[in-house]
Design a binder for this molecule. Sequence first.
Ligand code: GSH
Length: 204
Amino acid sequence: MKLPILYSFRRCPYAMRVRLAIAGAGIQVELREVLLRDKPLEMLEVSSKGTVPVLVLPNGQIIEESFDIMKWALGAKTITNNECNLVLLCDTNFKPWLDQYKYPNNNKNYNREITLEKAGKYLNLLEAHLQKNKFLFGGVRGFADIGIAPFIRQFANVDIKWFLESNRPNLIAWYQEFIEWDGFEIIMIKHPRWFFGDPITLFP
Ligand SMILES: N[C@@H](CCC(=O)N[C@@H](CS)C(=O)NCC(=O)O)C(=O)O
């Protein structure tokens, strides 16, 4: 049976959220681990925008946004508007501040205080959700948790001391639960770079 093909990069948070959704949904795909600075032609032929993740379905349909791949995997009907909005806010609002924070040398006007204040607004919003429930929208890990956690992990890793000492106990507990979760470990298993003609790598 032909499987969907997932072009992925292990450390990309967009690809991580998609691998979490695929594994969580019990779907199996053919994984093609790419090198971002030398992307395979086979991937660029199906998705010229050149970002990972990209999913190629057996019927030839291409899904090239992580948000849409997550929805495909988990079933759009199971996801609420509130969950979607919190994930979209991560992508449009939080991620640009995360990039500034990760790569301060890319912006000569970089200001750490302003960046932390702006990113902190989104962290505060997550903290408010997590004061009510263990996960962002209830007692069970869902679309928003897996869609957002890889980005919070990246943020935390820039200055883990600052993150763990910030006054957001519920967010910190949620982050720690995520990084220690078996489901996260599974999607972070290392796979060699894919080349045309290689035997199929199944994921998960
Ligand atoms: N909006 C895209 C963003 C994906 C994205 O930017 N992925 C990065 C890696 S984390 C990428 O492929 N960048 C291209 C490059 O670095 O050449 C999505 O949600 O799938």
